[in-house]
Design a protein around this ligand. Structure first.
Ligand SMILES: Cc1cc2nc3c(=O)[nH]c(=O)nc-3n(C[C@H](O)[C@H](O)[C@H](O)COP(=O)(O)OP(=O)(O)OC[C@H]3O[C@@H](n4cnc5c(N)ncnc54)[C@H](O)[C@@H]3O)c2cc1C
Length: 306
């Protein structure tokens, strides 16, 4: 219930103005977002890579409304990829893109073209792209786009969300040689008809999906901070005789950083998802929705009670 309310607030421009202008937001945003500029993203990436972690960078923005905005987002990625290459940060650092930021909601052809240009630039820089998954209304067209991008760039990653009832079947389909699949629980508010509503059911689905991915021939990327699922991931990896370089864990910037380092020091690959840019509102609200304690703290601060 609380989660749905926060996710509804993620779509409210009134709420966005309130949160964006509150001085306290700066501290909360700094916990989850590397900064506004490309230099901030590069600095955060350098720190993580020096610590033995891998990175995927997300230029924040979604639900772009004009072709100019979509092209400006593409340009940010091209600049970023050149800088990563110049600083010797690829292939430890790749990028994550959202098709809605490239105009998917009003011009699918445009967003597919811009995504292909980013994949070309990533290949030139010696790295890869993962296509984030958004709400269930775009699951099919996003998977179609990934399949299309993989014709020229087979390493393009896709994301599957265990809260969707369809996902176990998608995992089986995508667990093929060379296929990079990020498995997450899912961050949007989805109806009962398409998505499990109880945490337990989402987690059980996640376990079935781990099993399908680890059993298959692809490259599983387990994106979760959930200690039990991380343990189950390790257990299934050894059950299916997977070497530590044949799968990876992924976690978000600022969330369980000590666990990121623990796994990395234990010899596993860990990739940190690093968001940057000034369009942080939707991203922040999804992070608050995941952990009600964060929200309570944030609301208290907004009301000046901290
Ligand atoms: C690398 C990465 C990429 C992702 N990409 C996508 C995507 O493309 N599409 C999509 O829908 N979702 C994406 N997500 C988000 C994902 O779907 C979940 O919403 C999110 O990861 C929280 O789920 P969890 O598996 O960590 O489990 P949870 O049950 O939510 O959390 C488990 C534990 O992790 C810690 N934790 C989790 N979230 C927070 C937080 N915000 N603040 C503090 N502690 C926290 C807490 O200790 C919590 O008890 C991504 C997540 C990751 C890690």
């Amino acid at each position: 219930m609380l989660r749905s309310l926060i996710l509804a607030a993620a779509g409210s421009s009134k709420m966005e103005r309130l949160v964006a202008t509150a001085p306290v937001s700066r501290d909360v945003v700094a916990r989850y977002v590397a900064g506004a500029a490309t230099e901030d993203a590069l600095r955060a990436t350098r720190g993580l890579v020096d610590d033995g972690l891998k990175v995927t960078l997300d230029y924040l923005g979604e639900d772009t409304l004009t072709a100019d905005q979509a092209e400006a987002t593409r340009d940010e990625y091209l600049t970023l990829l050149q800088a990563l290459n110049k600083q010797g940060l690829t292939p430890a650092a790749e990028v994550s893109i959202k098709l809605s930021a490239l105009g998917q909601r009003f011009d699918e052809e445009l967003s597919n073209r811009l995504a292909a240009e980013i994949c070309d630039a990533a290949a030139d820089a010696g790295t890869t792209v993962t296509v984030d998954m958004e709400d269930h209304t775009v699951t099919d067209i996003t998977l179609d786009t990934v399949n299309e991008l993989r014709r020229n760039h087979p390493g393009t990653g896709t994301v599957l969300q265990s809260y969707l009832r369809r996902t176990e079947a998608d995992c089986k389909e995508f667990a093929t040689s060379g296929s990079r699949v990020r498995l997450c629980k899912g961050a949007y508010s989805e109806p009962e008809t398409v998505a499990y509503q109880r945490r337990l059911d989402v987690d059980r689905s996640y376990v079935r999906c781990i099993d399908a991915l680890m059993r298959g021939d692809g490259y599983p990327m387990l994106a979760t901070h959930d200690p039990r699922l991380i343990e189950i991931g390790l257990d299934r990896a050894s059950w299916y005789d997977r070497e530590p370089d044949s799968f990876e864990f992924q976690m978000l910037y600022g969330i369980r950083p000590e666990e990121q380092r623990r796994l990395s020091e234990a010899g596993y690959q860990v990739r940190v998802y690093v968001p940057f840019g000034d369009q942080w509102y939707g991203y922040l609200m999804r992070r608050l929705a995941e952990k009600p304690a964060n929200l309570t703290m944030f609301l208290r601060s907004l009301a000046g009670k901290r």
